[in-house]
Design a binder for this molecule. Structure first.
Ligand SMILES: C[S@@+](CC[C@H](N)C(=O)[O-])C[C@H]1O[C@@H](n2cnc3c(N)ncnc32)[C@H](O)[C@@H]1O
Length: 439
């Protein structure tokens, strides 16, 4: 593909992402699957441009607004702005890429010419940009983030705008971390041990893991190190009754299954439920591959679900990985940050509060409830915890340092009522976790 054709492909993908509000990686995968002629360097080029635009969106929009071109921000104007500001392309060079020929983007309109002229030679970052524009986050989240991080705001948010590494969880139901590492190496896939998770490997460079024998045979799964840690902090062990209450498609269920493994099978009872039948269905092939078919799955019919009621006060461990704004996962889906409004946040918080207290009903005396999000917002984390404790005096906090040393041990020594992970502090996605025990 020519450079211009790659740009047109990025424009078409961005049009779909923004008009249909879909996840960029899925749209890009589908788009590229249908275009077999795109070779690996074309794919890399297209994805590179795509993520550049997504990660620079608010700065590009700031410049488009000030260009005097009367253009509004959209896939083409953002692409043109990026070429001028980041690649330092001249208006002529941009016009050559937008030739309208051989799958290249249509020729520049008069206003687009004006945009390219106005931005040529300008820097992408400008000292007049407000913090939310310069650091690429929704303005309405500023109060929350600055209260949380203070003078670390820039470091924390900048790290959230970087590319995330690919982490792999080794399935200890089937193998060991060392053996999985050698197996991947034998297929020319280089990895290193993750610094915090004892069951994690981090990819060095790029690789298509899905096609490997190690993946097909269920030895490994792609999972961020932070997610692995959350599952480990549950302290699930052989013989226990464990419930993954918001199991989704089973990312953490699989990790819990491995924690409960004994002689290569799950020892104890592991239940996975979710409100979404579709997600519960998507778990099935993953469980099969991982050798964890014994997991009992259920799509919830609401808080009065009979299946659920039978499990009241019976679980040693309940993981409640609630739906959230996903602010901690912005490295992987930078477009997601623009979906939420203050009203959405208020709705999600109300949902989290209900789910948290419904899940608590399942915990037996002496059992543990693990509340987790992949959000960094105080409202979805500490605020939910304080609120829960106000209304549930039969639960007490287990200090996170105690949980960490019981379940993971080793390097990190967090203290206090909860664990916060973030790209800047731990090199993982952003997560929150707190552990409560029924007294
Ligand atoms: C953060 S995701 C869970 C991700 C999953 N634990 C994993 O590791 O892949 C939150 C999940 O909560 C589910 N959910 C939403 N409302 C729920 C409810 N009222 N009860 C149970 N699950 C719910 C959503 O369908 C979604 O799958």
């Amino acid at each position: 593909m020519t450079p211009g054709a790659r740009i047109q492909a990025a424009i078409e993908i961005l049009e779909q992402v923004w008009s249909r509000n879909q996840a960029a990686d899925r749209v890009a995968d589908m788009y590229l699957k249908k275009r077999r002629y795109a070779g690996s360097s074309d794919r890399r080029g297209i994805q590179g441009t795509l993520y550049e635009i997504l990660r620079r969106r608010s700065r590009l929009d700031w410049w488009v607004e000030r260009s005097g071109s009367s253009l509004t921000a959209g896939p083409r104007s953002r692409l043109i702005a990026n070429l001028a500001l980041s690649d330092k392309s001249s208006p002529n060079q941009i016009a050559t890429l937008f030739s309208g020929q051989n799958h290249c983007p249509d020729t520049l309109s008069e206003t687009e010419h004006r945009l390219a002229d106005a931005l040529y030679g300008k820097p992408l970052n400008h000292s007049n940009m407000p913090s939310s524009v310069a650091l690429e986050y929704p303005e309405w989240m500023h109060a929350s983030f600055s209260a949380l991080w203070g003078d670390k705001l820039k470091t924390e948010i900048s790290a959230l705008n970087q590319t995330a590494p690919v982490d792999i969880r080794v399935n200890t139901l089937k193998t060991t971390t060392e053996a999985a590492k050698s197996e991947l190496k034998s297929q020319f896939i280089e990895t290193e041990y993750t610094p915090l998770s004892p069951i994690g490997l981090r990819l060095i460079g790029k690789a298509q893991l899905g096609g490997t024998k190690a993946f097909r045979n269920g030895l490994v799964e792609v999972q961020d190190e932070g997610s692995q840690i959350l599952a480990l902090l549950c302290g699930a062990k052989p013989g226990m009754l464990v419930i993954d209450y918001c199991a989704g498609a089973g990312g953490k269920t699989l990790a819990l299954a491995a924690s409960m493994g004994s002689n290569r099978r799950i020892d104890g009872q592991l239940f996975a439920c979710d409100i979404s039948q579709n997600r519960i269905n998507r778990m099935e092939p993953r469980l099969k591959r991982a050798g964890a078919k014994a997991v009992q799955r259920h799509a919830l019919m609401g808080p009065d679900d009979l299946w659920l009621k039978k499990l009241y006060k019976s679980a040693d461990r309940v993981l409640v990985d609630v739906p959230c704004t996903g602010t901690g996962a912005w490295r992987r889906d930078p477009n997601a940050k623009w979906h939420f409004t203050p009203k959405n946040l208020a709705d999600i918080c109300a949902q989290q509060k209900t789910i948290f207290s419904n899940a608590a009903k399942l915990v037996k005396l002496g059992g543990r409830l693990i509340y987790a999000t992949c959000s960094l917002l105080h409202e979805e984390n500490e605020q939910q915890l304080f609120d829960f404790l106000k209304h549930h005096n039969d639960f007490k906090l287990v200090p996170i340092e105690q949980v960490w040393s019981e379940t993971i041990g080793g390097e990190l020594s967090p203290t206090g009522s909860c664990l916060r992970l973030s790209p800047a502090s731990t090199g993982t996605d952003g997560f929150f976790c707190t552990v409560l025990e029924r007294a």
